[in-house]
Design a protein around this ligand. Structure first.
Ligand SMILES: Cc1cc2nc3c(=O)[nH]c(=O)nc-3n(C[C@H](O)[C@H](O)[C@H](O)COP(=O)(O)OP(=O)(O)OC[C@H]3O[C@@H](n4cnc5c(N)ncnc54)[C@H](O)[C@@H]3O)c2cc1C
Ligand code: FES
Length: 274
């Protein structure tokens, strides 16, 4: 029988490595059966064969074509299955889907990246993409907040994130332990006294809805323009292709028109932070 190929048919991808990031977050390294590429900020539908699929944003370097990574927080049924998966297991992959970050429009600007919890996953892919052409950007400030020091993802890469001369990294935790010497407080506490011109700078924010809400308000207060704040929106999804209507956000479909939106595009939609 000829192989059926449709937009709904997942390609296969084998798990080659599993990284335990935190007690509730794992990164799966996946090798697709055929070459797969994505733009930073786009997402995929990852299938657990016979059980279902869920959307995730690749967290790896978009310039790497052989393998890619997804960083998954365990919150429910499907994510628990992905957490139990083993090296060698075959998963399904649909995508890349949606629209990513408009990197070329960031050229020559000062950038502020704000992440909370597992929201650093898409932002790590963005950081790799920016670092691969670092001289194109005036300055990059990365602010990241986690609940506790244990909950910080990609701990093994912190030094790498700080390396380029025009990059500053600020970290915070909601609750410190006895070894933590850094900032304590929610991520918005990192946004005071930013060494950049906020009326010209671009900000990219990803994290839980409440974090994105308070971060956006703080950025507006600090002089960032609505059209220079980029948010990664999450809605329940099904088709991922703009056909089923599950992910409607006002006049948009998050899967097709997003998941990355400018705040100015969506600010008048009632339920953006739900
Ligand atoms: C475009 C897009 C990209 C995404 N990228 C990532 C990613 O890179 N990494 C990642 O870990 N997740 C990501 N998510 C979220 C992920 O898809 C959901 O966490 C997953 O679908 C939950 O499935 P589940 O069956 O395990 O949980 P469900 O059974 O659907 O939910 C269980 C419980 O968890 C809550 N819940 C669901 N989603 C979330 C969430 N995101 N955060 C906190 N609580 C939640 C539900 O309200 C419910 O109470 C993304 C979502 C979208 C739309
Ligand atoms: S998930 Fe079907 S329209 Fe977006």
């Amino acid at each position: 029988m000829p192989k059926m190929n449709s937009i709904y048919t997942p390609k296969q991808a084998v798990i080659t490595k599993i990284i335990e990031e935190t007690p509730t977050i794992k990164t799966l390294v996946l090798k697709p059966e055929e070459e797969f590429s994505f733009s930073t900020g786009q997402f995929i539908e990852l299938t657990y064969p016979g059980k279902g699929e869920a959307p995730f944003t690749p967290s790896s370097d978009p310039n790497k074509k052989e393998e890619f990574e997804v960083t998954i927080m365990k919150v429910g049924r499907i994510t628990a299955l992905f957490h139990q998966a083993k090296v060698g297991q075959i998963l399904g992959l649909r995508g890349p889907l949606g629209k990513g970050y408009p990197l070329d429009s960031f050229v020559g600007k000062e950038l502020l990246i704000v992440g909370g919890g597992v929201g650093l996953a898409p932002l790590r892919s963005l950081i790799y993409a920016l670092f691969s052409r670092i001289e194109d950007f005036k300055k990059i400030i990365i602010c990241y907040g986690a609940k506790t020091p244990q909950d910080i993802v990609y701990k093994y890469q912190i030094e790498e994130f700080k390396k380029p001369e025009n990059v500053e990294l600020r970290l915070t935790v909601d609750k410190a332990d006895q070894n933590w010497q850094g900032n304590v407080g929610v991520v918005t506490t990192l946004l005071d006294n930013l060494p950049l011109n906020s009326s010209q700078a671009v900000s990219v924010v990803c994290g839980p809805p409440i974090m994105m809400k308070f971060t956006t308000w703080k950025l507006l207060e600090s002089g960032f323009l609505e059209e220079n704040i980029y948010l990664s929106m999450e809605k329940n999804m099904s088709c991922g292709l703009g056909k089923c209507g599950h992910c409607r956000l006002g006049r948009f479909y998050v899967c097709k028109d997003g998941p990355v939106f400018k705040y100015s595009e969506i600010k008048d939609i009632e339920d953006i932070w739900d």
